[in-house]
Design a binder for this molecule. Structure first.
Ligand code: PAP
Length: 331
């Protein structure tokens, strides 16, 4: 017979990720370390910083999300090129369905063409993900250790895109000050927090390292890319991506310049010229209104130099260098 705890015993039971439910979720979140400094307070959950409202969604994901072997998950840390990767992967995978002149990217922001598994599109819950036909193209900002364990056992493919930390940091700082009205975080203060590992989805280096190590162990299932690599060799990167996703370009496609077309359609210049990416946006609640245009700023490599002093750059380089030491990953 199951032993039913008395009321006093019940309140003594510690709420943990294993026994958290919709009834005790708020209690559980209150047990987590909280810190302020970015535009919204964050909590430390499983060694990563995230917005409190995300914790329940991540826990729910473990039960509800059923990875399929045909799934493709685009994983990034925020500000590392998510929008670009979504546009590229969506275009590559759907290239036989849509012509370049009448393409969904011309009327939809790339962010909303590929749903996040932890935060499905506004107005949709996790059950929506299960209604999507295979192969599903999905995305996440979660570290590898927070993905449901079946993600690795079912052998679905993961593309991880990372970015030079100083550029990712500067992009994050701009974004934070943009999405919340009245937010005015000082660059120096933001850098201190970032270097302490305190940033949304941070510590930055741990997130990269988890996927980096997995890509070395399972290279056929985890592809590790760098933003700077795509910038310097866009067509090669598109070919590499198509091959990894199991849809390499045919000889005919090569001779008709499909890789170049993909690069052009998804380029920063093209996407920022479209009305859909200049207007409108989505209300995420909690005083956060994310304009479609906020996903596009400079779209360049090395913009950090326009914001950070040499000392600031050295500081972040030093921290990242120490954290990545011996891993084989470097920026
Ligand atoms: P997310 O983290 O909010 O999901 P993400 O796309 O990763 O968005 O971050 C936006 C960054 O990608 C911006 O960088 P910046 O602040 O340094 O400019 C944005 O400009 C850049 N970006 C968006 N689209 C493209 C693109 N097509 N090509 C290159 N960079 C892009």
């Amino acid at each position: 017979m199951a032993c039913i705890p008395s009321k006093s015993e019940e309140s003594a039971i510690e709420v943990s990720p294993e026994n958290v439910s919709s009834e005790n979720l708020e209690d559980f979140i209150r047990t987590l370390q909280t810190r302020e400094g970015w535009s919204q307070p964050m909590v430390l959950y499983k060694n990563y910083w995230c917005r409190p409202h995300l914790v329940g969604k991540i826990i729910l994901l473990q039960d509800i999300f059923k990875p399929r072997s045909s799934d493709i998950i685009l994983a990034t840390q925020p500000k590392c090129g998510t929008t670009w990767l979504k546009a590229l992967a969506f275009t590559i995978i759907n290239r036989s369905r849509y012509s370049f002149s009448d393409h969904p990217l011309l009327s939809s922001n790339p962010q909303y063409l590929v749903p996040f598994i932890e935060i499905p599109d506004p107005g949709r819950d996790h059950a929506y993900l299960e209604t999507l036909p295979s192969p599903r193209l999905l995305s996440t900002h979660l570290p590898l250790s927070m993905l449901p364990s079946e993600t690795s056992s079912c052998c679905c493919r993961i593309v991880y895109l990372c970015r030079e930390p100083k550029d990712a940091f500067v992009s994050r700082w701009h974004f934070e000050n943009k999405i919340v009205k009245g937010s005015n975080i000082e660059l120096n203060k933001a850098l201190d927090m970032f270097c302490e590992g305190f940033s949304p989805s941070g510590p930055f280096w741990n997130h990269c390292l988890e996927y980096w190590k997995e890509s070395l162990v399972r290279p056929n299932e985890v592809l590790f890319l760098k933003y700077e690599g795509i910038k310097s060799h866009p067509e090669e990167s598109v070919r590499q991506l198509a091959k990894f996703l199991g849809v390499p370009f045919t000889a005919e496609e090569e001779s008709s310049g499909v890789a170049q077309e993909v690069v052009k359609l998804c380029s920063f210049e093209n996407l920022t010229s479209l009305k859909v990416n200049q207007t409108g946006g989505v209300d995420h609640g909690n005083k956060i209104f994310v304009e479609n245009s906020v996903f596009f700023r400079k779209g360049s490599v090395g913009d950090w130099a326009n914001h950070m002093s040499e000392d600031m750059a050295e500081k972040l380089d030093r921290v990242v260098g120490e954290k990545l030491k011996g891993s084989g990953l470097a920026f």
